[in-house]
Design a protein around this ligand. Sequence first.
Ligand code: P5A
Length: 436
Amino acid sequence: MRLSRYFLPVLKETPGEAQIVSHQLMLRAGLIRQTAAGIYAWLPLGLRVLKKIEGIVRAEQDRAGAVEVLMPTIQPADLWRQSGRYDAYGPEMLRITDRHDRDMLFSPTAEELFTTIFANGVRSYRDLPRILYQIQWKFRDEIRPRFGVMRGREFLMKDAYSFDVDLASARHSYNRMFIAYLRTFAAMGMHAIPMRADTGPIGGDLSHEFHIVAATGESGVFYHANWDRSRSTEVDADDAVALQAYVDGLNADYAATDEKRDPAAEAATGADLKAARGIEVGQIFYFGTKYSAAMGLSVQGADGQPIVPHMGSYGVGVSRLVGAIIEASHDKDGIVWPEAVAPFKVALINLRADDAACTAAADDLYAKLGAAGVEVLYDDRDERGGAKFATADLIGIPWQVVVGPKGVAAGTVEVKRRGAGLRKEMGVDAAVGRLA
Ligand code: P5A
């Protein structure tokens, strides 16, 4: 992409309305614009990051055997009356009346709808287990939307729903998702720590939140120091016994608590207990037959008797992750994207757009990188080098490739790694080989 033809409205000043660094940087780097309290437009650069995150979430859901669907954002209130949540949900639910005076709502989550759709499509215990998921916008009329996309009113969520014949099988689905979550956040270059959690308005008796550690996190978290070292997700998700043992091991060793200090967790971890701030980027729930019973989901068992499936639901804050990753990965000059979620891999900087030889060399390199499948943002604007470096640093592209008059004469370019301070002169073909 040539920057001269892109839409990248960067801001020179830090916007006054943004209190935390990720919100400031998302506005300054031209990722988002607020259109109403807690509601954001995604600009080209922000959308690319959102799509990268979505892609990683999707790949790990698919790998875990979950099946993708897409549900509407607007739902009839009657579905929610059936589960009893229409009244229970309170003012966070955005209620809408259509032209025929029918009560509708903008989905804040989708347990009722998934359960109903699933109920209409299955008959037998042989149709289980199944996990369905979607990546879809949600709306919660948060009393205090803040911190940009971190606590928005409209936000993108991956929500999955599992259906199993009994508790033991449901625990297995829960554990599969647990492992999928560790893999998902690791694939984004993030280290997320699972911790036991309350179930809130979703209900049920087993839940974990996944937190990315960042100085500005909303929650105080306590975790075992082992979590700083442990990144292993090497466990066979198809082996129910191994999986249960692995997750139990994590829970026993690393039980932690959100906000209030849990004496049991503290005693268990002792001197190895670490305090930090965390951002909740995912939460998973097991709630048994709460929704299946309410929504009339039942299948025929092997003995011909009806079985009410056990369910869980599993959320990832896809749009929140954009902010959370920035909180965890930035410096004084701007964002430092982990490569897996970066909007572009390479910022190609032509130091002298007014010099024919420089421009020819930069154009040539742009074509070569493109042919090698590298995502390049080519700063071909007629601007000073300093301004181009500032933009590339601000928007956080992992690699900068600099084409200048000296290098062009010698047949070399400079390759810099964002954040690490590493830089190296190399020949054009070597640079393409290194970045491809
Ligand atoms: C699980 C999936 C649920 O809603 N039902 C379907 C369950 N869980 S949750 O914890 O309430 O939300 C899942 C994740 O969504 C993100 N999130 C938000 N992101 C941005 N702005 C918000 N206002 C917001 N609310 C929730 C969080 O990452 C949460 O873990």
